[in-house]
Every structure is written in structure tokens, then in C-alpha cells.
Design a protein around this ligand. Structure first.
Ligand code: PMT
Length: 225
């Protein structure tokens, strides 16, 4: 039996990967399956929290007892997360959010031309949702957690990202064959703004989810009376 140690809390979790449309049939996307974010949402619900899950393009069934908001793009994800974060005790950004989107959307399917050429796609920056939430907390003491999927210099990049994003915790997971994107397993180091680093050994995404909430718990503000 799980202890209801998140009872009375509202937590927001983002999951999945945003898709940035180029035309009615194509998009820029990424390999996030949403499994890690869903594991976080289910774990928080089992621990008694009211959970808002903002999901992008996972195709996963809505978990029981969780409020699910379905979005497609980074801009839509930002809107939904900011709205839900207004009264949240904690926000956990497990989604893989596109850093860039096509500058223009073609309303008709982009066609091949007879000259053998290929179009150039111009990109513009998407908003950095995590940095925005961390810098401008909707409630004092709101706990903000980011994820970072890195391919090299994993810990050094993670430490720099924690400082840059200004979040309380950053879950650094290395991109690999049997972990991170798409798989059932993950392996991570959770970096905290206070300098503590918690390694989480290779195992099911559910185990990492529990460790994240274990680390969020002591950082939550005093519950309102
Ligand atoms: O979905 P799964 O298949 O289970 O895989 C899980 C996962 C690999 C997607 C997840 O564990 C993970 O690492 N998520 C973050 C992926 C990532 O590459 O993040 P990032 O380094 O681009 O971004 C860092 C943080 O900033 C993330 O918390 C991200 O949600 C956030 N971000 C990023 C860009 C942006 N424009 N806005 C953001 O808020």
C-alpha cells in the first residue's frame, strides 16, 4: 500500500513529445513515448495527489483518477501547463518540448518541384516553458522539476542546465538503446539546486518516478490550512 504522502497537493506533469507542423501532413517531432511522464502522473495519484497530466502525442490511455489535457505543439503545451500550474504545489516537466518550430505553416501540402531542388525550412525558437515557470512561480515555494536527456558530458551538461533553467530538481537521463526515449526502463541522476545528487540505478520508469516524488516531498511548501 502506498502512503498518501501527497494528499491535499496538486501536481502538474507534462509527458510526451511536441509536434511542430510544417504542413497538413508533416511535422517536426521527437522520440518521446510519454512513458516516463505517465509513470510520474500515476505514482503521484497513487500517493494521493490531485494530478493534472498535460500530454503531447503519446497515444497512451488516460490514467484513472488523473485530469488529462491533450495538446500537440510546444505553444499549446505551454498554455496548458501554465494554466494548470496556477495553483500547483509542484510542476514536473518530463515532456520533450521542441526548442524550434517552423517559421511558417504551409496550408497546403509542400510539393516536390521539377528542378530536383528541396525546400529550406526556416525555424524559430519556441518558448522555454520550464525556465519561465521556474523564474515566475505561480505560488511561493512551488517546486519545479525539469528533465534533461543528454547524449554526452551528461552530468556536466545537466549541472549547467539546472543553473540555467533555475529549477529545484533536474532529472538527468542519458540517451541510450535500452533507456530514456521509448523504453520501459530509465537510469538517471537527480540534481538538486542545493547541490545534492541522487543516482537512480537502471530500472523501471516507475521506480524513477517514485524517487522524483520522494525528492519533491521535503521541498514542498507548508500545506495551506
Ligand atoms: O517519454 P519517454 O519515451 O518515456 O522518454 C522520457 C524522456 C526521455 C522524454 C524524459 O525522461 C526526458 O528526459 N524529458 C526531457 C527531454 C529533453 O530532451 O529535454 P531538454 O533537455 O530538451 O529540456 C530540458 C527541460 O526543459 C525539460 O524538462 C523540458 O520539458 C523543458 N523544456 C525544453 C524545451 C522548451 N522549449 N521548453 C521546456 O520547458
Amino acid at each position: 500500500v502506498t502512503a498518501p504522502d501527497l494528499a491535499g497537493r496538486h501536481v502538474v506533469v507534462s509527458a510526451g513529445g511536441t509536434r511542430e507542423p510544417l504542413d497538413p501532413v508533416r511535422y517536426l517531432g521527437n522520440r518521446s513515448s510519454g512513458k516516463q511522464g505517465y509513470a510520474l502522473a500515476k505514482a503521484a495519484a497513487a500517493r494521493g495527489a490531485r494530478v493534472t497530466l498535460v500530454e503531447a502525442n503519446t497515444g497512451l490511455p488516460d490514467p484513472a483518477g488523473v485530469d488529462v489535457v491533450h495538446v500537440g505543439t510546444a505553444v499549446q503545451l505551454r498554455e496548458a501547463v501554465l494554466k494548470a500550474a496556477a495553483d500547483a504545489d509542484a510542476v514536473v516537466m518530463a515532456a520533450a518540448v521542441a526548442d524550434f518550430r517552423p517559421a511558417a505553416y504551409a496550408t497546403g501540402k509542400i510539393k516536390k518541384t521539377d528542378d530536383g531542388g528541396a525546400p529550406t525550412v526556416e525555424l524559430v525558437r519556441n518558448p522555454d516553458i520550464l525556465a519561465e515557470i521556474a523564474a515566475d512561480r505561480a505560488l511561493p515555494g512551488q517546486v519545479v522539476v525539469g528533465f534533461a536527456a543528454e547524449t554526452d558530458d551528461v552530468l556536466a551538461n545537466g549541472r549547467a542546465k539546472l543553473a540555467r533553467k533555475g529549477c529545484d530538481l533536474l532529472v538527468v537521463n542519458e540517451v541510450g538503446e535500452r533507456k530514456t526515449f521509448g523504453s520501459e526502463e530509465n537510469e538517471a541522476v537527480v540534481l538538486a539546486a542545493d547541490g545534492t545528487e541522487t543516482p537512480v540505478p537502471y530500472g523501471p520508469k516507475e521506480a524513477l518516478a517514485e524517487t522524483v516524488w520522494d525528492l519533491v516531498l521535503p521541498r514542498l511548501r507548508e500545506p495551506s490550512a
